[in-house]
Design a protein around this ligand. Structure first.
Ligand code: FAD
Length: 328
Protein backbone atom coordinates (compact mmCIF):
# COMPACT_ATOMS: atom_id res chain seq x y z
CA UNK A 1 0.00 0.00 0.00
CA UNK A 2 1.93 3.06 -1.16
CA UNK A 3 -0.61 5.45 -2.61
CA UNK A 4 -2.16 7.76 -0.04
CA UNK A 5 -5.88 7.05 -0.18
CA UNK A 6 -5.72 6.71 3.57
CA UNK A 7 -7.15 9.21 6.00
CA UNK A 8 -7.46 9.39 9.77
CA UNK A 9 -5.68 8.12 12.85
CA UNK A 10 -6.63 4.73 14.25
CA UNK A 11 -5.98 3.44 17.76
CA UNK A 12 -6.20 -0.22 18.67
CA UNK A 13 -7.95 -0.39 22.07
CA UNK A 14 -6.64 -3.35 24.03
CA UNK A 15 -8.95 -4.92 26.61
CA UNK A 16 -8.88 -7.75 29.12
CA UNK A 17 -12.12 -9.18 30.52
CA UNK A 18 -13.89 -6.17 29.05
CA UNK A 19 -11.66 -3.62 30.79
CA UNK A 20 -9.67 -1.28 28.58
CA UNK A 21 -5.90 -1.22 29.09
CA UNK A 22 -4.78 2.24 30.21
CA UNK A 23 -2.30 2.50 27.34
CA UNK A 24 -5.37 2.98 25.12
CA UNK A 25 -6.13 6.33 26.79
CA UNK A 26 -2.52 7.40 26.26
CA UNK A 27 -2.73 6.45 22.58
CA UNK A 28 -5.99 8.39 22.25
CA UNK A 29 -4.33 11.45 23.77
CA UNK A 30 -1.37 11.36 21.38
CA UNK A 31 -3.55 10.19 18.49
CA UNK A 32 -5.90 13.14 18.98
CA UNK A 33 -2.96 15.55 18.83
CA UNK A 34 -1.81 13.99 15.53
CA UNK A 35 -5.36 13.95 14.12
CA UNK A 36 -5.84 17.63 14.97
CA UNK A 37 -2.61 18.53 13.21
CA UNK A 38 -3.71 16.54 10.13
CA UNK A 39 -7.33 17.74 10.45
CA UNK A 40 -8.66 14.18 10.24
CA UNK A 41 -10.85 12.02 12.49
CA UNK A 42 -9.57 9.62 15.10
CA UNK A 43 -10.95 6.07 15.15
CA UNK A 44 -10.70 3.28 17.70
CA UNK A 45 -11.03 -0.44 17.10
CA UNK A 46 -12.05 -2.55 20.06
CA UNK A 47 -12.52 -6.31 19.93
CA UNK A 48 -14.08 -7.53 23.13
CA UNK A 49 -16.72 -9.54 24.94
CA UNK A 50 -20.40 -8.67 24.66
CA UNK A 51 -21.73 -5.47 26.24
CA UNK A 52 -18.45 -3.69 26.82
CA UNK A 53 -18.72 -0.02 27.82
CA UNK A 54 -17.06 1.12 24.61
CA UNK A 55 -18.46 4.68 24.91
CA UNK A 56 -15.49 5.23 27.22
CA UNK A 57 -13.37 5.46 24.07
CA UNK A 58 -15.51 8.36 22.86
CA UNK A 59 -15.31 10.09 26.26
CA UNK A 60 -11.52 9.80 25.91
CA UNK A 61 -11.38 11.36 22.45
CA UNK A 62 -12.33 8.87 19.70
CA UNK A 63 -14.66 10.21 16.99
CA UNK A 64 -15.80 6.76 15.88
CA UNK A 65 -15.47 3.37 17.54
CA UNK A 66 -15.59 0.11 15.59
CA UNK A 67 -16.66 -2.57 18.06
CA UNK A 68 -16.30 -6.26 17.19
CA UNK A 69 -18.35 -7.95 19.88
CA UNK A 70 -17.86 -11.64 20.66
CA UNK A 71 -16.88 -13.64 23.70
CA UNK A 72 -14.18 -15.27 21.54
CA UNK A 73 -12.19 -12.05 22.09
CA UNK A 74 -11.76 -13.04 25.74
CA UNK A 75 -8.96 -15.31 24.51
CA UNK A 76 -5.74 -13.53 23.56
CA UNK A 77 -5.67 -15.31 20.21
CA UNK A 78 -3.35 -13.24 18.02
CA UNK A 79 -4.50 -14.79 14.75
CA UNK A 80 -8.16 -14.13 15.50
CA UNK A 81 -7.34 -10.55 16.43
CA UNK A 82 -5.12 -10.07 13.41
CA UNK A 83 -7.82 -11.26 11.01
CA UNK A 84 -10.38 -8.84 12.46
CA UNK A 85 -8.04 -5.86 12.74
CA UNK A 86 -6.73 -6.26 9.17
CA UNK A 87 -10.29 -6.43 7.82
CA UNK A 88 -11.25 -3.27 9.70
CA UNK A 89 -8.13 -1.37 8.67
CA UNK A 90 -8.80 -2.26 5.02
CA UNK A 91 -12.31 -0.87 5.48
CA UNK A 92 -11.42 2.31 7.44
CA UNK A 93 -8.17 3.02 5.55
CA UNK A 94 -6.48 5.17 8.21
CA UNK A 95 -3.16 6.84 7.44
CA UNK A 96 -1.78 6.13 10.93
CA UNK A 97 -2.35 3.08 13.18
CA UNK A 98 -1.22 3.08 16.80
CA UNK A 99 -0.87 0.05 19.08
CA UNK A 100 0.32 -0.09 22.70
CA UNK A 101 3.73 -1.72 23.11
CA UNK A 102 2.26 -4.13 25.66
CA UNK A 103 3.11 -7.81 25.31
CA UNK A 104 -0.15 -8.38 23.41
CA UNK A 105 0.27 -5.26 21.26
CA UNK A 106 3.86 -6.26 20.45
CA UNK A 107 2.60 -9.62 19.33
CA UNK A 108 -0.30 -8.44 17.15
CA UNK A 109 1.10 -5.30 15.50
CA UNK A 110 3.81 -7.09 13.44
CA UNK A 111 1.27 -9.66 12.24
CA UNK A 112 -1.10 -6.87 11.15
CA UNK A 113 1.72 -4.92 9.46
CA UNK A 114 2.87 -8.08 7.68
CA UNK A 115 -0.62 -8.77 6.34
CA UNK A 116 -1.00 -5.17 5.17
CA UNK A 117 2.49 -5.19 3.66
CA UNK A 118 3.38 -2.00 5.44
CA UNK A 119 6.14 -0.96 7.84
CA UNK A 120 6.04 -0.91 11.63
CA UNK A 121 8.15 1.04 14.11
CA UNK A 122 8.20 -0.66 17.49
CA UNK A 123 8.45 0.91 20.95
CA UNK A 124 8.12 4.58 19.96
CA UNK A 125 8.56 7.20 22.64
CA UNK A 126 7.46 10.21 20.56
CA UNK A 127 5.45 10.87 17.42
CA UNK A 128 5.25 13.97 15.25
CA UNK A 129 3.83 15.08 11.93
CA UNK A 130 6.27 16.65 9.47
CA UNK A 131 5.69 19.26 6.75
CA UNK A 132 4.76 16.49 4.25
CA UNK A 133 2.01 15.19 6.58
CA UNK A 134 4.15 12.13 7.28
CA UNK A 135 4.46 10.52 10.68
CA UNK A 136 7.87 10.85 12.30
CA UNK A 137 8.26 7.88 14.60
CA UNK A 138 10.87 8.44 17.27
CA UNK A 139 12.38 5.65 19.32
CA UNK A 140 15.57 4.97 21.24
CA UNK A 141 18.04 2.73 19.44
CA UNK A 142 21.40 1.13 20.18
CA UNK A 143 20.60 0.62 23.87
CA UNK A 144 19.09 4.09 24.14
CA UNK A 145 22.26 5.83 22.95
CA UNK A 146 20.56 7.50 19.98
CA UNK A 147 17.03 8.58 19.16
CA UNK A 148 16.12 7.27 15.73
CA UNK A 149 13.64 9.32 13.64
CA UNK A 150 11.82 6.96 11.30
CA UNK A 151 9.46 7.64 8.38
CA UNK A 152 7.49 4.89 6.64
CA UNK A 153 6.88 5.12 2.90
CA UNK A 154 3.91 2.77 2.95
CA UNK A 155 0.41 3.23 4.35
CA UNK A 156 -0.90 2.91 6.94
CA UNK A 157 2.04 4.19 8.95
CA UNK A 158 2.11 1.85 11.93
CA UNK A 159 3.76 2.20 15.32
CA UNK A 160 3.66 0.60 18.74
CA UNK A 161 4.00 3.08 21.61
CA UNK A 162 5.54 2.36 24.97
CA UNK A 163 3.19 2.27 27.93
CA UNK A 164 3.37 5.29 30.27
CA UNK A 165 5.13 7.40 27.66
CA UNK A 166 2.24 9.85 27.19
CA UNK A 167 -0.35 11.13 29.63
CA UNK A 168 -3.88 9.76 29.42
CA UNK A 169 -6.59 11.59 27.46
CA UNK A 170 -8.90 13.44 29.83
CA UNK A 171 -12.37 11.93 30.24
CA UNK A 172 -15.31 14.00 29.04
CA UNK A 173 -18.63 12.11 29.49
CA UNK A 174 -20.43 14.80 27.43
CA UNK A 175 -18.35 14.01 24.33
CA UNK A 176 -20.31 12.65 21.38
CA UNK A 177 -19.17 10.16 18.76
CA UNK A 178 -20.29 7.14 16.78
CA UNK A 179 -20.16 3.47 17.74
CA UNK A 180 -20.34 1.07 14.80
CA UNK A 181 -20.87 -2.56 15.73
CA UNK A 182 -19.04 -4.78 13.27
CA UNK A 183 -19.42 -8.49 12.59
CA UNK A 184 -16.71 -10.48 14.28
CA UNK A 185 -14.80 -12.80 11.97
CA UNK A 186 -14.37 -16.08 13.79
CA UNK A 187 -11.78 -18.62 12.70
CA UNK A 188 -13.20 -22.01 11.78
CA UNK A 189 -10.30 -23.87 13.22
CA UNK A 190 -8.35 -21.55 15.52
CA UNK A 191 -4.63 -21.90 14.95
CA UNK A 192 -4.00 -21.07 18.59
CA UNK A 193 -5.45 -23.12 21.42
CA UNK A 194 -5.14 -21.68 24.92
CA UNK A 195 -4.53 -24.63 27.22
CA UNK A 196 -4.04 -22.77 30.46
CA UNK A 197 -3.68 -19.17 31.53
CA UNK A 198 -1.29 -18.57 34.36
CA UNK A 199 -2.18 -15.59 36.48
CA UNK A 200 0.08 -14.02 39.02
CA UNK A 201 -1.47 -12.65 42.20
CA UNK A 202 1.07 -9.87 42.13
CA UNK A 203 0.41 -6.41 40.79
CA UNK A 204 1.61 -5.99 37.23
CA UNK A 205 5.19 -4.71 37.52
CA UNK A 206 4.46 -1.88 35.06
CA UNK A 207 1.73 -0.58 37.41
CA UNK A 208 3.62 -0.99 40.70
CA UNK A 209 4.52 2.06 42.80
CA UNK A 210 7.46 0.30 44.45
CA UNK A 211 9.83 -2.15 42.74
CA UNK A 212 12.56 -3.98 44.66
CA UNK A 213 14.81 -5.47 42.00
CA UNK A 214 17.59 -8.02 42.30
CA UNK A 215 20.58 -8.71 40.08
CA UNK A 216 23.64 -10.92 39.89
CA UNK A 217 24.65 -9.72 43.35
CA UNK A 218 22.17 -12.34 44.60
CA UNK A 219 23.80 -15.68 45.28
CA UNK A 220 20.80 -17.97 44.81
CA UNK A 221 17.17 -17.90 43.59
CA UNK A 222 15.99 -18.36 47.21
CA UNK A 223 17.46 -14.98 48.07
CA UNK A 224 14.66 -13.33 46.10
CA UNK A 225 12.47 -14.19 49.14
CA UNK A 226 14.29 -11.47 51.06
CA UNK A 227 13.55 -8.93 48.31
CA UNK A 228 9.95 -10.10 48.15
CA UNK A 229 9.59 -9.54 51.91
CA UNK A 230 10.83 -5.97 51.59
CA UNK A 231 8.68 -5.35 48.50
CA UNK A 232 5.55 -6.63 50.28
CA UNK A 233 6.23 -4.46 53.33
CA UNK A 234 6.49 -1.44 51.02
CA UNK A 235 3.39 -2.43 49.02
CA UNK A 236 5.42 -3.21 45.93
CA UNK A 237 6.61 -6.03 43.70
CA UNK A 238 9.88 -7.72 42.81
CA UNK A 239 11.87 -6.89 39.68
CA UNK A 240 15.04 -8.41 38.23
CA UNK A 241 17.91 -7.82 35.86
CA UNK A 242 18.16 -9.99 32.77
CA UNK A 243 21.25 -11.70 34.18
CA UNK A 244 19.24 -13.45 36.89
CA UNK A 245 16.25 -14.12 34.63
CA UNK A 246 18.61 -15.92 32.27
CA UNK A 247 19.92 -17.95 35.17
CA UNK A 248 16.33 -18.98 36.00
CA UNK A 249 16.36 -17.27 39.40
CA UNK A 250 12.98 -15.70 38.56
CA UNK A 251 10.49 -15.60 35.66
CA UNK A 252 10.89 -13.19 32.76
CA UNK A 253 7.75 -11.18 33.62
CA UNK A 254 9.86 -9.66 36.42
CA UNK A 255 12.62 -8.51 34.05
CA UNK A 256 13.20 -4.78 33.88
CA UNK A 257 15.04 -3.20 30.98
CA UNK A 258 15.44 -2.83 27.29
CA UNK A 259 14.20 -6.31 26.49
CA UNK A 260 11.97 -6.55 29.56
CA UNK A 261 9.46 -4.28 31.25
CA UNK A 262 9.66 -0.53 31.40
CA UNK A 263 8.69 0.69 34.87
CA UNK A 264 8.05 4.13 36.35
CA UNK A 265 7.44 3.49 40.05
CA UNK A 266 7.66 6.04 42.85
CA UNK A 267 10.56 4.05 44.33
CA UNK A 268 12.95 1.61 42.61
CA UNK A 269 15.41 -0.24 44.83
CA UNK A 270 18.20 -1.86 42.78
CA UNK A 271 19.95 -4.57 44.80
CA UNK A 272 23.17 -6.03 43.40
CA UNK A 273 22.54 -4.58 39.93
CA UNK A 274 25.49 -2.95 38.17
CA UNK A 275 23.44 -0.52 36.05
CA UNK A 276 24.11 -1.66 32.48
CA UNK A 277 22.52 0.69 29.89
CA UNK A 278 20.05 -2.06 28.93
CA UNK A 279 18.83 -2.26 32.54
CA UNK A 280 18.68 1.52 32.98
CA UNK A 281 16.52 1.73 29.83
CA UNK A 282 13.70 0.13 31.81
CA UNK A 283 13.88 2.02 35.11
CA UNK A 284 15.69 5.33 34.76
CA UNK A 285 12.39 7.22 34.89
CA UNK A 286 11.52 5.97 38.38
CA UNK A 287 10.81 8.94 40.66
CA UNK A 288 13.33 7.83 43.30
CA UNK A 289 16.13 5.34 42.73
CA UNK A 290 17.88 3.62 45.60
CA UNK A 291 20.95 1.52 44.72
CA UNK A 292 22.64 -1.02 46.97
CA UNK A 293 25.97 -2.27 45.62
CA UNK A 294 29.32 -3.33 47.09
CA UNK A 295 31.20 -1.63 44.24
CA UNK A 296 31.32 2.16 44.70
CA UNK A 297 32.14 2.58 40.98
CA UNK A 298 29.04 0.67 39.78
CA UNK A 299 27.28 2.79 37.08
CA UNK A 300 23.92 2.43 38.87
CA UNK A 301 25.19 5.04 41.37
CA UNK A 302 25.34 7.62 38.55
CA UNK A 303 21.55 7.71 38.36
CA UNK A 304 20.70 6.83 41.97
CA UNK A 305 19.04 9.39 44.23
CA UNK A 306 20.22 7.40 47.23
CA UNK A 307 23.32 5.20 46.94
CA UNK A 308 24.23 2.63 49.59
CA UNK A 309 27.70 1.15 49.17
CA UNK A 310 27.32 -2.13 50.99
CA UNK A 311 26.52 -5.81 50.96
CA UNK A 312 22.86 -6.39 50.13
CA UNK A 313 22.84 -9.34 52.54
CA UNK A 314 23.44 -6.86 55.35
CA UNK A 315 21.48 -3.88 54.03
CA UNK A 316 18.22 -5.61 53.02
CA UNK A 317 17.63 -7.31 56.42
CA UNK A 318 18.29 -3.93 58.07
CA UNK A 319 15.73 -2.26 55.81
CA UNK A 320 13.19 -5.04 56.47
CA UNK A 321 13.66 -4.60 60.22
CA UNK A 322 13.37 -0.82 60.01
CA UNK A 323 10.21 -0.84 57.86
CA UNK A 324 8.61 -3.59 60.02
CA UNK A 325 9.31 -1.61 63.20
CA UNK A 326 7.80 1.52 61.71
CA UNK A 327 4.68 -0.40 60.73
CA UNK A 328 4.05 -1.80 64.23
P1 FAD B 1 26.16 -7.63 36.80
O1 FAD B 1 26.45 -6.65 35.75
O2 FAD B 1 27.04 -8.83 36.92
O3 FAD B 1 26.18 -6.83 38.19
C1 FAD B 1 26.08 -7.42 39.45
C2 FAD B 1 26.35 -6.32 40.48
O4 FAD B 1 26.14 -6.83 41.77
C3 FAD B 1 27.77 -5.76 40.43
O5 FAD B 1 27.73 -4.36 40.27
C4 FAD B 1 28.34 -6.13 41.81
O6 FAD B 1 29.22 -5.13 42.32
C5 FAD B 1 27.10 -6.24 42.65
N1 FAD B 1 27.21 -7.12 43.81
C6 FAD B 1 27.79 -8.34 43.88
N2 FAD B 1 27.61 -8.86 45.11
C7 FAD B 1 26.90 -7.95 45.83
C8 FAD B 1 26.39 -7.91 47.15
N3 FAD B 1 26.57 -8.93 48.01
N4 FAD B 1 25.73 -6.81 47.56
C9 FAD B 1 25.52 -5.76 46.73
N5 FAD B 1 25.98 -5.74 45.45
C10 FAD B 1 26.65 -6.83 45.01
N6 FAD B 1 19.73 -6.44 31.20
C11 FAD B 1 18.65 -6.15 31.96
O7 FAD B 1 18.74 -6.07 33.19
N7 FAD B 1 17.44 -5.97 31.37
C12 FAD B 1 17.25 -6.04 30.03
O8 FAD B 1 16.11 -5.88 29.55
C13 FAD B 1 18.39 -6.32 29.21
N8 FAD B 1 18.28 -6.37 27.87
C14 FAD B 1 19.40 -6.59 27.12
C15 FAD B 1 19.29 -6.54 25.72
C16 FAD B 1 20.42 -6.72 24.95
C17 FAD B 1 20.28 -6.64 23.46
C18 FAD B 1 21.66 -6.97 25.58
C19 FAD B 1 22.91 -7.16 24.74
C20 FAD B 1 21.78 -7.03 26.94
C21 FAD B 1 20.66 -6.85 27.74
N9 FAD B 1 20.73 -6.88 29.13
C22 FAD B 1 19.63 -6.55 29.87
C23 FAD B 1 21.95 -7.35 29.84
C24 FAD B 1 22.79 -6.22 30.41
O9 FAD B 1 23.71 -5.80 29.43
C25 FAD B 1 23.58 -6.69 31.66
O10 FAD B 1 24.34 -7.82 31.31
C26 FAD B 1 22.71 -7.04 32.85
O11 FAD B 1 21.81 -5.98 33.12
C27 FAD B 1 23.60 -7.24 34.07
O12 FAD B 1 22.83 -7.66 35.15
P2 FAD B 1 23.31 -7.40 36.64
O13 FAD B 1 23.47 -5.95 36.88
O14 FAD B 1 22.36 -8.15 37.52
O15 FAD B 1 24.68 -8.18 36.70
Amino acid sequence: MTEQVHKGVLVFAEQKDGNLHKVTFELLNKGRELAQKLEVPIYAIVLGPKNMAVEELIYRGADEVFYGEDDAFNQPDELLYKENIVTLINRIKPEICLFGATSFGRSIAPRVAGSLETGLTADCTELRIDEDRKLIQIRPAFSDNILAHIKTKTYPQMATIRYKEFSEAKRDPQRQGKVAKVDAILLESPAVRILKQLQSNETDITEAEVVVAGGRGLKSPEDFKMLKELATLLGGVVGASRAVVEEDYISSDHQVGYSGNRVKPKVYIACGISGAPQHLAGMREAENIVAINTDPSAPIFNIADVGIVGDLYEVIPMLIKKVSNEKT
